[in-house]
Ligand binder design. Structure first.
Ligand SMILES: O=C(O)CCC(=O)C(=O)O
Length: 269
């Protein structure tokens, strides 16, 4: 099996719950991705730009097929799955993603949370790939995380907060971790980080004149079940997640008990 993380990077992921691999997609690729981001924003006018969920799914978000196809292709290229395989093993499903754009001056806050609070996966295991489309710094609201907060594979209590200026509505209190330990996940365009499903993270609003766009891809091991009987549906005041009816893609290996609405990703068909 090909894996892409060095032993040191694996160690960082184990210790911190997030790693930035020593790798950067070429500028030519990123120019195309920024153009795709621009076309996506035009085509989704009226939807919150922080929350274009699964931009790769045909028929979702009102996006035309030529745009959804490009987002789907990205998930299967640039050896992204090889990085994920280092963490999740060889049977991998793409179950979600998000085009996550915080416009200049107006981008919303992401409250402290653990992803696992939101998602119907059992056993709970996911690796998210957070790919910077723009340069992302603390100035324009990069992701922040609490290193090591994933370590006990424990979900802290979350409370519901339906404020309109939050991207997500389940918030974990600072009583459960030390916000003073937070690190910034600053990335240049074309760089990406991988994070664990139990990692406490969030981000500040974007008050800068610079847009902050990212493409986040969510992968799970096929040994876990994408539970379509879930009653979990909404991730925020801004969008519906449609967990029970969402198509998922087998990227590599065998699908295990995940037999519904699943197809092989075109790159691996
Ligand atoms: O991009 C952000 O600010 C937060 C992203 C996030 O919560 C995630 O990718 O799980």
């Amino acid at each position: 099996m090909t894996t892409k993380l060095s032993p040191e990077e694996m160690q960082t992921f184990a210790e911190e719950g997030l790693v930035k691999p020593a790798c950067r997609l070429p500028e030519q690729t990123m120019r195309r991705m920024r153009a795709l981001a621009d076309r996506t924003l035009v085509a989704t006018k009226g939807l919150p730009p922080e929350s274009i969920v699964c931009p790769y799914l045909p028929g979702w978000n009102g996006l035309p097929k030529e745009i959804t196809d490009e987002w789907l292709a990205i998930a299967g290229t640039y050896e992204i799955v090889d990085y994920v395989a280092a963490i999740l093993g060889c049977d991998i499903i793409l179950w979600g993603g998000q085009f996550f754009c915080k416009p200049a001056h107006t981008g919303l806050e992401v409250p402290w949370h653990q992803d696992g609070e939101y998602w119907p996966i059992a056993p709970l295991k996911t690796c998210s790939v957070w790919l910077a489309i723009d340069d992302v710094t603390s100035e324009n609201g990069c992701m922040r995380y609490i290193p090591g907060s994933h370590k006990n594979a424990e979900l802290f209590p979350h409370r519901q907060d339906d404020r309109e200026d939050l991207v997500l509505n389940q918030v974990t209190e600072e009583a459960y971790f030390d916000a003073g330990n937070a690190k910034d996940d600053e990335l240049r365009t074309g760089e990406f980080s991988l994070h664990d499903v139990f990692l406490v993270h969030g981000s500040q609003p974007n008050r800068s004149p610079k847009r902050r766009a990212a493409y986040v891809l969510r992968f799970m091991p096929a040994s876990s079940l994408w539970d379509r009987s879930t009653s979990k549906e909404s991730g925020s005041a801004h969008y519906q997640t449609h967990f029970s009816t969402r198509p998922i893609y087998l990227m590599r290996g065998e699908a295990g008990a995940n037999t519904e609405l699943i197809s092989r990703h075109p790159r691996y068909a």
